[in-house]
Design a protein around this ligand. Sequence first.
Ligand code: MN
Length: 258
Amino acid sequence: MSVLTALTAAVRDGSVEVIDLTAPLTSQTPVIALPEPFGNTARFSLSEISRYDERGPAWYWNDITTGEHTGTHFDAPVHWVTGAGGEDVSQVPVTKLIAPAAVLDFTAQAAEDPDFLLEIGHIKQWEADHGPLPDGGWLLYRTGWDARSNDQAEFLNADASGPHTPGVSVECARWLAAEAPVTGIGVETVGTDAGAAHSFDPPFPCHSALLGAGKYGLTQLRNLARLPDQGAVVIAGPLPIVSGSGSPCRALALVEHA
Ligand code: MN
């Protein structure tokens, strides 16, 4: 049997499960909130063109408004100044949009400390227990933050000192960019960097190092708890927005059951 025939048969009989990692897009979908003087992104919204009425008697359709970085989305290298001149989201090779994933679970640590940072040592220990990170694949960083993803305030978890959400240390971001075999990092939070990463040196190290190295980000993922530590395949579908810095993205995972 061909690989593709086997795959579609397995999807139909459930031995390969398709898990949606995508947050639904509504006007309530949380978005990042930057302080003054920075610009901010639009929330998702629908604007009705017609709905079986005088504007279009047999058809229903909408215009959409969205930021490139609204909801579950894909960060392209050109999103960051370190990646200026790199790929825009339409230029990401489609072969990189289907890739293996490792899921590293730090839910307990993030529950204890919302400012928890992933360090190189955490990944080395995880690799000792679970095997190497996938070559050309995703590091999916599970923090339990998807449980907050229906509420803007809970999701951003901000106080007077700014947002408090888990992320990656400066050293770890540099290691992921330069030494780890992964093609990118996927997170459950509003962005790939920690909430407090505005005050890191350099600021926003995950964006800075990974996008600068031509790697990618996937954000606001959910259902990572349903994936195995190793062996899932992620299919990410950003829109090919020409010159775009990113795109809302349908992210699916294929999980094989023995
Ligand atoms: Mn983004």
